[in-house]
Design a protein around this ligand. Structure first.
Ligand code: NAD
Length: 295
C-alpha cells in the first residue's frame, strides 16, 4: 500500500506505544492514539506525540497494537483478552487492506488468531518490541527488529512500513510464530541468566562466601558474564514471557531448565524477603553450622 500521508493508529499508549508515537510523530507522520486509560491519552496529547485521540478504528492505514499482555491480577501470568478484544473491534472497524502490527509480546499462535478474527481483511504481522529507556537512541524504537507476517503479503506490507516508512532496520523471519518465539525465548534466556545469579548468591551466602568477589573472578574471563542478584525477577515482562515459553516447553520436553529457574527465583524471592528466616529456609547453611560449632 503506497499512501502520501499514511494514517497511523497506536493502540495502547504505555511505555511502548508512547515511544512509538513519539518516534513516528518526529518523522512527521500522522499519528493518532487510543488507550483505555485517560491518563495515558492525556500524557501523549500533552507531549504532542499524537495529533488526537481516536474515537473509532476506522480510516487508518496502519494499526500498531501495543497493549499490555499480562493478567491485570497477576503480572507474572500472560493474558491476551485485551488484545483479542481489539482484534474483534478491528474486524468491525478496521480499514480493509490496512496493516495490523502486533508489537505487544504474545505467545506462539496469537498473531494467527488475530489474523483469523480479521479474516485477512487486514494484514497482520508481529514485530516484537525491545526497549531500553536509559538509551532510547541505540535501544529505543529504531533498533534492529524481528519481523514476521501471517502471510507473505502481510510480511511485505510490514516490511514497507518499518523499513521504508519508519526507517527501522528489520530482521525478517519465515513465519509469524518464529517472530513470536524469538521474543519470549529472548526473555526466557534473560530469566535463566538472572536465576542462575540468584542461585549462586544463595549458594555463596550458605557457604559463607562473598558472591560479588566470586562473580568478579568468574567475569574476569572474556566469554562469561554472571549477572547481579538483586531482589528477584519482577516487572511485567520477564516473568510472563518466560511463562509463555514454559507453557509450550512443558508439553514437549520431560525436563525444563526454565521450570527450574522459575522455582529458583521463587526460592530467592523468599530468601531476600525473609532474611530473618534464613535458617528455616536453609537449615544446613553456613551460619547455623557456625553457630552449632561455637555452642
Ligand atoms: N516496556 C518494555 O520495555 C517492553 C519491552 C518489550 C515488549 N513489551 C511488551 O509490550 C506490551 C506493552 O508493554 P508496555 O510496557 O508498554 O505496557 P504499559 O503497561 O506501559 O502500557 C500498556 C498500555 O496499554 C493500555 N491498554 C491495555 N488494554 C487496552 C485496551 N484493550 N485498549 C487500549 N489500551 C489498552 C494500558 O492502559 C496501558 O496504557 C506488553 O506486551 C509488553 O510485554 C514491553
Amino acid at each position: 500500500m503506497e499512501q502520501k500521508d499514511p494514517k497511523i493508529l497506536i493502540i495502547g499508549l504505555g511505555q511502548i506505544g508512547y515511544h512509538n508515537a513519539e518516534y513516528m510523530t518526529r518523522l512527521g507522520l500522522n499519528v493518532e492514539g487510543f488507550d483505555l486509560e485517560r491518563s495515558a491519552i492525556q500524557r501523549a496529547l500533552n507531549a504532542e506525540v499524537i495529533r488526537r485521540e481516536a474515537k473509532a478504528f476506522t480510516g487508518y492505514d496502519y494499526y500498531l497494537i501495543c497493549v499490555s499482555t499480562h493478567d491485570p491480577m497477576n503480572m507474572a501470568q500472560p493474558s491476551f483478552n485485551s488484545l483479542l478484544e481489539i482484534a474483534e473491534r478491528l474486524e468491525q472497524e478496521g480499514e480493509e487492506g490496512g496493516l495490523v502490527s502486533i508489537e505487544s509480546t504474545v505467545a506462539k499462535g496469537i498473531s494467527n488468531q488475530v489474523h483469523s478474527i480479521l479474516g485477512h481483511r487486514l494484514h497482520v504481522a508481529h514485530v516484537p518490541h525491545r526497549f531500553y529507556s536509559e538509551d532510547k537512541k541505540e535501544h529505543g524504537v529504531r533498533q534492529l527488529r524481528v519481523l514476521g507476517g501471517c502471510k507473505y503479503c502481510c510480511t511485505l506490507e510490514a516490511l514497507n512500513f518499518y523499513a521504508a516508512i519508519l526507517n527501522i532496520p528489520v530482521h525478517t523471519v519465515k513465519s509469524v510464530e518464529l517472530a513470536e518465539l524469538s521474543k519470549i525465548i529472548e526473555n526466557s534466556h534473560r530469566f535463566l541468566e538472572i536465576a542462575f545469579a540468584e542461585e549462586l548468591k544463595m549458594f555463596c551466602d550458605n557457604e559463607g562466601l562473598d558472591f560479588e568477589e566470586l562473580q568478579g573472578a568468574i567475569n574476569s574471563k572474556w566469554n562469561i558474564k554472571i549477572l547481579e542478584a538483586r531482589n528477584g525477577i519482577g516487572g511485567h515482562c520477564l516473568p510472563k514471557d518466560t511463562q509463555m515459553f514454559f507453557s509450550l516447553a512443558k508439553n514437549i520436553l520431560p525436563f525444563s531448565t526454565v521450570a527450574a529457574a522459575i522455582q529458583s527465583d521463587k526460592l530467592y524471592q523468599t530468601f531476600v524477603s525473609k532474611r530473618e528466616d534464613f535458617q528455616v529456609i536453609f537449615p544446613n547453611n553456613y551460619i547455623s553450622q557456625k553457630k552449632l560449632a561455637t555452642n
